[in-house]
Ligand binder design. Sequence first.
Ligand SMILES: Cc1ncc(COP(=O)(O)O)c(C=O)c1O
Length: 404
Amino acid sequence: MAEDKKNYKEILEYQDKYVMHTYSPEILLVKGKGSYVWDSANKKYLDFSTGISVCSLGHCHPAVTRAIKEQAGKLVHVSNLYMNEKQPQLAAKLAEKGFDGYAFFANSGAEANEGMIKLARKWGSSKGKFEIIVMEESFHGRTLATLAATGRSKYRVGFAPDMPGFVHVPFNDVSAIEKKISDKTCAVLLEPVQGEGGIIPSRQDYLEKVRELCDKHGILLMFDEVQCGMGRTGTFFAWQGYGVQPDALSMAKALGNGFPIGAFMVRRELGTVLGAGTHASTFGGTPLACAAALAVVDAFDSENILDNCNKQSELLMSGLAKLAKKYKCVKEVRGRGLLIGVVLDRPANDLRKMASSKGLLVLTAGETVLRLLPPLNVSRKEVEEALQILEESLKQLQESQNAK
Ligand SMILES: Cc1ncc(COP(=O)(O)O)c(C=O)c1O
């Protein structure tokens, strides 16, 4: 048996026997560079899934790899009982990007959101306010609090009872929020662009009115920017594209370009809500994680990442719009920046699989939406290659339907 097949078989056996079956992966990836990854049989894929919006600067970005290597040889971890050089520098860099305030560092999106939820409860506790209004079809993570906040109910099945204190309302509907605000409400939490729910952007007037409503009732507006932040929608923070600033926001995924790090930030006035001893994380904000994230944030400036994101977004969106005209199974193309959903009239998983077999990795979001998350530094040539593979896949999908 060829060496690569033997290797694949052995890893598959270990995966099956020893790794909990919470996922069902089929492809074994062994190497990545820029916008491409390679599997164990050396098949090359154009990666428009980027580890689910994580490797936004492409795989093994040289500056990030260098920063990780250098820091790993100097100081990997110290507890937050001591300062490290990198954490305050990273907090300052993020503030400079347009959200002046304080940062708390965690390790994942769910952990960042948990912290933000705790912030809202602590802020409301002296006033008897604890309820958070959240959106249907939202996704905030898999821990118990973030699961209770998550609107996509299928993820909550089997984990009852839900943690109390979350009220779900339809997304993009201001009056639904207004109706649920009570003297118990401390905050509204939403994704400016819903990711897992099917790539659904907030309407401009919606976000503006939600901000007004929160101000009127003296409650916090909190954005989950774990998937849509860090440049993904064409501005560094997703809220900047709308000009509607929240009181707190969370981020993770692309912050370390693959090195685990999450964070939530609060406006300066809220900086003392979580005082010493009220919240903590052993691994949050280690020198190694922050060194990686500093290299990521620096690359946004030195490599004009946002300009490229917006340029390639136009190219990809217009190419997809042409495909939508040609293939009637495509109902809509939507999104912002390089967070793009192709809405089909049928489950999107078949199309995802066809694209993958032709060398393009993409994702689904909800049942019928194909989700495209290219690296933000993707080239024009790579976008054209992706469009070509998508066209071939749509053709195959349509033909397979006609044959039935
Ligand atoms: C909007 C949003 N929030 C939170 C999370 C959870 O992040 P993590 O998987 O890092 O805990 C995700 C993950 O997909 C997400 O898309």
